[in-house]
Write a protein that binds this ligand. Structure first.
Ligand code: MG
Length: 497
């Protein structure tokens, strides 16, 4: 019995309705990206907005607020109960802080902004998106002020995605990473072993063959397809959980360069496993899903990069990989290089393990300057290109492959990007502890023995859901908070220093 305190039990009873609405919205969100006919979008958006309002209303209802206050005043709550109170106090604080006028305006401007961004990107015309982004930045600054912050308005924004993380934390992380990644990148480029155009990147594959490989890998990982999980196709791969027993992932089949679909599946598997291994006692409660974007991304990056892009993985799966026609007759080392090519490029989502975080550093810098008012939206494209050349060493020739490439700002998601890097760092940090505690890691991969790895992740991360804040969880499980040194060591050893 995890929830024994009567006040907490009363609170959870009231919360159940919020949970049910969220459950319904997840199903709707999944359907929207997979099977909904495109013209259903308008009605679906209205339905979604109404349900979101209902959630807000339920959270701010007098009865609910009183129950929350009663629960928060209880002495000697256990950790699970404290987690419930923490998560709900945070949700209520955010809901109360933002005036409905601002929420509505942001919803409207970002909906229009998203359309404008799409057109702007297609037409390669920043001017189409600029007025919307200006409005979004202004509203976001207002939002930060309403939410409150200690040092920098960006603190309020990054905290929305990564509870407890501050601008200072992000600055510290990136000022260590930037020179170290540049150093590794220079070495990789001068060695030339990984900085190649691999022929498989252009080669077409048969969808059935790639599908078969994806399914075989998922089966070896123990993904409960057909019981608690699904794999579908969508324009942009994602994971969504309705609950601990219903988690769904998607991929896409571009038709060439089969590692793209394979690694998207492995990435989403990592997200899904987190949700699938949450303690079932936490179902229907506000602590029954993953705690933050950064911790979530650490799970997907762990499986994608640490496991999937390893020599051990290639050796374990080589026969299956060779069933995809372009890979037939290729030897494991060749496939390993194909999985790990490193090239400075313009598009973040196509970036490799070495250059990826440089793309994030650029976005963080620009976001911080926008929110503090030190840079105007009109100056973003030029600043983007300048930083891109300085950090990654390539310069966009147009807006679409530069400042217009990501959807995030058009959706008002400012403060989101640093969690990608946080996740990547944590993936190698967790791999380090795992190697230490399990007497090796790749020995298990090569034998396709993933149970120990999954059990370790369950014990250290997954089972806790959102019971602890991200920082508390790390300290509790590993005696250490985020530390970028593990990632740099990982890159150095992988790309053979
Ligand atoms: Mg992800």
């Amino acid at each position: 019995m995890y929830f024994v305190n009567e006040a907490v039990k009363d609170l959870l009873k009231l919360y159940r309705r919020v949970w049910a609405l969220s459950h319904a919205m997840s199903v709707m969100g999944w359907d929207l990206e997979t099977y909904m006919p495109p013209e259903g979008i308008e009605e679906r958006s209205v339905a979604h907005a109404e349900l979101s309002l209902m959630v807000q209303e339920l959270l701010l209802r007098k009865e609910f607020l009183e129950a929350l206050e009663r629960a928060s005043k209880q002495e000697s709550l256990n950790d699970y109960e404290k987690g419930v109170v923490r998560v709900l106090e945070r949700e209520v604080r955010i809901a109360k802080a933002l005036p409905p006028r601002l929420v509505e305006e942001l919803a409207r401007v970002t909906q229009e902004g998203r359309m404008a961004w799409k057109t702007a990107r297609e037409k390669n015309d920043f001017g189409i998106f600029k007025p919307y982004l200006e409005k979004i930045v202004d509203l976001t600054k207002e939002k930060a002020n309403y939410l409150g912050f200690k040092e920098h308005p960006y603190d309020a924004l990054v905290d929305l995605y990564e509870e407890g993380m501050t601008t200072r934390d992000v600055d510290t992380m990136f000022s260590y990473l930037e020179p170290n990644i540049r150093r590794v990148l220079d070495k990789v480029l001068s060695d030339g072993k990984y900085s190649v155009d691999h022929p498989l990147e252009k080669e077409k594959y048969l969808r059935e063959e790639a599908e078969k490989l994806n399914l075989a890998v998922l089966e070896a990982f123990g993904f409960p397809l057909g019981r608690r999980a699904r794999l579908d196709v969508s324009a942009h791969p994602f994971t969504i959980n309705m609950g601990v027993r219903d988690v769904r992932i998607t991929t896409r089949y571009e038709g060439y360069d089969f590692k793209r679909t394979l690694f998207s599946v492995i990435h989403e598997f990592g997200h899904a496993l987190y949700e699938l291994q949450i303690d079932e006692e936490l179902r229907y409660t506000p602590v029954g899903s993953g705690v933050s974007l950064g911790i979530h991304e650490s799970q997907s990056r762990f499986w994608e990069n640490v496991i999937g892009r390893s020599r051990a993985f290639v050796h374990a799966f080589i026969d299956l990989i060779r069933h995809v026609s372009p890979a037939r007759n290729r030897d494991p080392e060749d496939i390993y290089i194909y999985f790990n090519t490193v090239k400075p490029s313009l598009i973040r989502v196509d970036a490799d393990e070495v250059t990826y975080n440089l793309h994030i550093i650029l976005r963080f810098k620009l976001e911080k300057l926008m929110i503090s008012g030190e840079v105007r939206v009109a100056d973003l494209p030029e600043l983007w290109n300048y930083e891109m050349e300085r950090l990654v060493g390539v310069k966009p020739k147009n807006y679409s492959e530069g400042v217009l490439q990501d959807i995030h700002w058009s959706m008002g998601s400012i403060g989101y990007f640093p969690t990608y890097t946080l996740g990547t760092l944590l993936a190698s940090q967790i791999a380090h502890y795992m190697e230490r505690d399990l007497n090796g890691l790749y020995e298990h991969v090569i034998n396709k023995d993933f149970q120990k790895i999954k059990d370790y992740l369950r014990e250290k991360i997954h089972r806790w859901g959102s019971v602890y804040t991200p920082k508390e969880l790390l300290l509790r499980s590993f005696n250490e908070s985020y530390n970028p040194e593990y990632f740099v060591k990982y890159l150095e050893s992988k790309f053979s220093y």
